[in-house]
Design a protein around this ligand. Structure first.
Ligand SMILES: [Fe+2]
Length: 308
């Protein structure tokens, strides 16, 4: 069983459904022309990131942490330009400081705009192909959100560092990177380091919940050594509108709505971490996070999207 496919474009997209049902990723291999553009843009952005202060990372299930220089940007809609509105950046799940760094980075480095667009185009194209394949109607694309994290791993203070094993709290995640370090797991005994000559798309834990278990999330981990060359990544997290009711995959009848709450899903993912979900011999998770408590749940589900 391979962990990812080398997909070349829409003609091969039928394989995505099978891969994501297995909790594996899909690699959309770049053309030589695209590879040249992506690699030049990654190198230019990595250079600019050296000026940012290192931040501690999210520890993951195995508590691995890293120093990384990063910021993030976001789009309202899939395949639309970056949204420059700082209030929107701060409203998305977690880390408003990262969104403020993104707005400041764009302001202070206008020459980086073209490189960010080059990478965004590759990420968005892979996300759009994958989203269509898992049953997300194209009419929803303008209402989706995409958060883009731009990272230079700078293991300055630790012998080895990275981001501990986790599934992404997204519908789908897409990634471009220039160095090794990412490992994907299928189960405790099967791991793979994916190739880096394409854009990798991974199914996330919200896709698992929305699809009522049809798709499994890919557990993954990033590790970089202290003496290794700094590693660059740009990751795009595709999500449904947060704290909204989302019609289930394949259409819906009244009441068949997924109550999307990104933060509650992420917390639930980590609470389940001890068993590593079913692929790590733990119990299969329920398809819903536990109900959120406090003011977040007060908003309640409201239909933000029409059934496709
Ligand atoms: Fe991740």
């Amino acid at each position: 069983m391979h962990m990812y496919a080398r997909l070349l474009g829409p003609a091969d997209a039928g394989e995505i459904d099978r891969l994501f049902r297995d909790g594996t990723g899909a690699l959309f291999v770049w053309t030589p022309r695209e590879a040249a553009g992506v690699e030049a843009s990654m190198a230019a952005l990595k250079d600019l990131l050296t000026g940012l202060a290192p931040q501690d990372t999210f520890p993951g299930l195995d508590r691995l942490r890293a120093d990384r220089q990063s910021f993030w940007l976001a789009s309202r809609g899939l395949g639309t330009p970056f949204t420059p509105d700082p209030a929107f950046l701060e409203s998305l799940d977690g880390d408003p400081a990262g969104g403020r760094r993104g707005a400041a980075f764009l302001h202070g480095n206008p020459q980086a705009g073209a490189d960010l667009e080059t990478l965004k185009e590759s990420l968005d194209r892979a996300l759009a192909l994958s989203a269509a394949e898992v049953g997300i109607p194209r009419s929803w694309y303008p209402a989706l959100t995409v958060r883009y994290r731009v990272i230079r791993y700078a293991p300055l203070r630790r012998r080895s560092a990275g981001i501990g094993m986790h599934p992404d709290g997204s519908v789908l995640s897409a990634l471009v990177t220039d160095r090794p370090g990412l490992t994907l797991w299928r189960d405790a005994g099967t791991a793979v380091q994916p190739a880096r000559d394409g854009t990798l798309v991974l199914p996330g834990s919200i896709l698992h919940r929305w699809s009522e278990g049809r798709y499994d999330p890919t557990f993954h981990r990033v590790e970089v050594g202290r003496d290794a060359e700094p590693k660059f990544s740009m990751v795009a997290f595709l999500n449904f509108p947060d704290r909204s009711g989302i019609p289930r995959r394949g259409g819906t009848t009244a009441g068949r709505v997924f109550p999307n709450d990104v933060q509650a899903c992420k917390e639930d993912d980590m609470d389940r971490g001890g068993g590593h979900w079913q692929r790590f011999a733990g119990p299969r998770p329920a398809t819903e996070p536990r109900p959120a408590t406090g003011p977040r749940s007060a908003a309640g589900p409201a239909n933000a999207l029409r059934a496709g």
